[in-house]
Design a protein around this ligand. Structure first.
Ligand code: SF4
Length: 470
């Protein structure tokens, strides 16, 4: 017969602790709660974990790490945060607790990761996570678990109840994979080159379970790369309208987002307020260098018309640009900044080209001996897009940094950001589109420049114009 004590110990749930590490190399705290979103991968892993386990997430975006008991500890990490994941893993390994790392960095460099954690999940976790848990339970954990690229039907809905309550937006994914092969990107390596799409009804069902008013669709390109995938995006937007799901959302899409008026109009009606577009450069030579084929095909002359059309539908544009490419002269950097400021783009992402492991860019620069910081894993913390980590061809590393500091001062000038918000409001006639673009600029100001800017009191500013954000 079982005694009370043996009952308790045999019934006690095993504990899985999941950790989202934060890279404090650049700044001590997160920049802006208005724009960050939860660790979706950890939420999916939590949902895949059997019910007889207790799962907890420590999210360093909000809470500094404090030791918690666990039977198994899992991490996810981008390259810039991986050293922090290794640091935290060492604390648990010293206690004899098994550690697992998944996510993009471990998938690209599993052998490096295995020096600092006990097991790695390579690629998407869905097909292997339950095997890993079973192996743990029978004391047979392997070092490597390689995920397959499964169909996205019946995709696991993340355990959003475990995410930190401080997140102001939810995130979700409706597609994975990309057939393009841009020089600086790892999406095709991690999620494969086939564009996989979730059934629309499943996406809508998941949307209906989300309590946040604002959703970020993390898909790399919500409209995909074919007529069929554009039709599927329209179906999704129609479904949101027909089911009466009243959310505001942000997405990422390719420049041809504006090619189809019906798509734009459905997107706007279903709640799209801001779209992030990887413009990269206004010059064909840089698009060739980065192998950004779709933008080349569209032709750089068409960009401004694209932005105008998107704005006309009440959606603001967050344009992502890269600086410091091999074909970039000093003059090109300043010309790009001028172009950005004159093009009518509402929010600006202006980063320094950064060779992440797994990209063609990384392999090339490594081969040419042009990586400047290679004391890995410590130096990975510098790979966060705001610091040159390679030797540029047409200028020195110091010149690139100095020029970027000047450019960031200009494009993220506090008064200019406020003026831009009012311009966006005028163009889009949509307050949320304007305010979100403003916050996207403020966040990037605070990422790029040493001094943080406090956002203006938007409500007060708009009240002066007899407008409200809600
Ligand atoms: S940058 Fe965008 S288009 Fe290019 S490979 Fe990555 S996801 Fe695909």
């Amino acid at each position: 017969m079982l005694t009370d004590n043996t009952m308790k110990s045999s019934d006690k749930k095993k504990k899985l602790l999941l950790i989202n590490p934060f890279n404090s190399y650049q700044k001590d705290t997160i920049v802006d709660v208005n724009t960050i979103s939860p660790p979706l991968g950890l939420g999916i892993v939590a949902a895949l974990t059997p019910e007889d386990w207790e799962v907890e997430i420590i999210d360093e975006n909000f809470d500094p790490f404090e030791y918690r008991e666990a039977d198994l500890v899992g991490f996810t990490a981008l390259t810039s945060a991986v050293n922090r994941a290794y640091e935290l893993a060492s604390i648990y390994r010293e206690e004899g607790i098994h550690t697992v790392l998944g996510g993009i960095h471990a998938s690209m460099l599993p052998d490096e990761s295995l020096q600092y954690v006990d097991s790695v999940v390579i690629g998407e976790a869905e097909s292997v996570w339950q095997d890993l848990i079973r192996d743990f339970e029978s004391n047979k954990l392997k070092k490597k678990y390689k995920g397959e690229l499964l169909s996205l039907e019946n995709l696991q809905v993340p355990r959003r109840d475990l995410f930190h309550q401080g997140y102001l937006q939810a995130n979700m994914q409706t597609t994975r994979g990309c057939p393009m092969n841009c020089d600086f990107c790892t999406v095709h390596q991690f999620n494969g080159s086939r564009y996989r799409q979730r059934p629309v009804a499943e996406v809508l069902d998941e949307m209906e379970t989300i309590s946040h008013q604002r959703i970020f669709f993390v898909d790399d390109n919500i409209i995909g790369y074919s007529k069929k995938s554009t039709e599927r995006a329209k179906q999704l937007f129609r479904g949101i309208i027909e089911r009466g799901i009243k959310k505001d959302w942000v997405c990422q899409a390719s420049l041809n987002f504006a090619d189809d008026d019906e798509l734009l109009s459905l997107a706007a009606q279903s709640g799209c307020r801001l779209v992030l577009i990887g413009v990269e450069s206004e010059k064909a030579s840089q698009l060739q260098e980065t192998n950004k084929k779709l933008n080349l095909k569209m032709g750089t002359d068409s960009y401004q018309e694209t932005f105008r059309k998107i704005n006309e539908h009440g959606i603001s544009v967050l344009g992502a640009f890269i600086f410091g490419l091999d074909t970039d002269s000093k003059e090109d950097l300043y010309n790009r900044a001028d172009y950005i400021l004159n093009s009518g783009i509402d929010a600006i992402q202006s980063t320094i080209v950064t060779p992440l492991p797994g990209t063609h860019l990384f392999d090339r620069l490594e081969k040419e001996g042009r990586l400047l910081y290679t004391n890995f894993p410590k130096d990975w913390e510098r790979y966060y897009f705001m610091e040159p980590v390679h030797r540029p061809l047409l200028m020195s590393q110091q010149e690139l940094k100095q020029d970027m500091d000047r450019i960031w001062e200009r494009v993220y000038d506090a008064k200019l950001m406020q003026r831009k918000m009012l311009q966006t409001l005028k163009k889009t006639r949509n307050i949320k589109a304007a305010v979100w673009a403003y916050f996207a600029n403020v966040e990037r100001h605070n990422l790029c420049l040493t001094e943080n800017v406090e956002p203006v009191d938007v409500e007060k500013m708009l009240a002066g114009l007899q407008l409200k954000t809600t």
